[in-house]
Design a protein around this ligand. Structure first.
Ligand code: BV8
Length: 229
């Protein structure tokens, strides 16, 4: 399974492309690249602090819960790979029995790490850093940064993701426009391996032609009946 921002839309978290290219009023290149971080870490943390505050208040919706129910039925036969950095899949119970069944390929909003890669591991962090002077520092003295995969950075868990796609008989993709790579390529990889490829979302994704089936509907309204959970 692959999910995108659309699965969190009914929980009140805005998607990316719906806001005409602005994320919470910022241009992607101003907040979501290593260059943006070098140029203005205060602005980057202002953006991610606002998203932490919003995600903190958000609750999982029926779409998240349906995917967690499917995982309880399929167990190790299911991998949920999400492009989302919010923790709504976890809040709905995904990965509860085995955290390795959930992969955040673009990182996690409530995790920070040393910006200087000093070797200390990423750590759980719900703190808000609304301005530069409030940004925490690593024990090595460097600023902490969001444990988020920015454009131009390598997504996480790729070996595991491709290993699972190689064995997949079905790939279900929910709520992603197919605009961002390599995630948008996963469906083509799965098709080449003979998997059935299914999409659920209110509008056809950019890579719609790669799917065996496209079911038009909102995740929260469609997934419970579509998955029979
Ligand atoms: C990499 C974390 C290489 C940040 C994110 C030119 C051509 C092709 C590729 C590239 C190119 N130039 C550059 C690239 C590569 C680049 C890329 O793809 N750029 C795009 C813009 C062209 N990709 C990268 O840089 C990636 N890294 O390639 O590394 C590399 C190799 C070796 C060594 C080093 C590096 C890294 C990409 C990750 C960027 N980080 N997120 C953050 O979240 O703050 S991406 C960001 O977009 C989010 O993760 C988000 O999930 C993701 C994709 O967006 P969607 O989830 O699809 O959201 P969107 O708004 O687009 O769509 C929402 C969908 O939901 C819609 O379809 C809508 O219909 C639907 N929906 C709405 N309501 C509902 C719903 N669905 C269901 N129910 C509803 N109720």
């Amino acid at each position: 399974m692959l999910t995108g921002a659309g699965v969190s839309a009914e929980s009140g978290l805005p998607t990316f492309r719906a806001s005409d290219g602005l994320w919470e009023g910022h241009r992607v290149e101003d907040v979501c690249t290593p260059e943006a971080w070098e140029r203005n870490p205060g602005l980057v943390w202002e953006f991610y602090s606002a998203r932490r505050a919003a995600a903190e208040r958000a609750e999982p919706n029926a779409g998240h819960r349906a995917l967690a129910a499917l995982e309880r039925r399929l167990g190790d036969r299911l991998l949920l790979c999400t492009q989302n950095v919010d923790d709504l899949h976890e809040k709905a119970g995904s990965g509860a029995d085995d955290p390795s069944r959930l992969v955040h390929m673009h990182g996690e909003l409530f995790v920070s790490r040393c910006s200087a890669d000093c070797g200390r591991p990423p750590f759980l962090d719900h703190a808000l850093y609304p301005e530069f002077s409030r940004i925490a520092r690593c024990a090595c003295g460097a600023l902490v940064r969001p444990h988020i995969v920015w454009f131009g950075e390598m997504p996480l868990g790729m070996d595991r993701i491709y290993e699972e796609i190689d064995q997949a008989t079905v790939m279900l993709v929910v709520g992603t426009s197919g605009a961002v790579y390599p995630a948008a390529n996963f469906v083509d990889w799965a098709r080449r391996k003979g998997a059935r490829t299914l999409y659920v979302g209110p509008e056809a994704p950019l890579n719609a032609g790669k799917f065996s089936e496209v079911v038009l509907g909102k995740a929260g309204e469609t997934l419970p009946s579509y998955l029979g959970v």
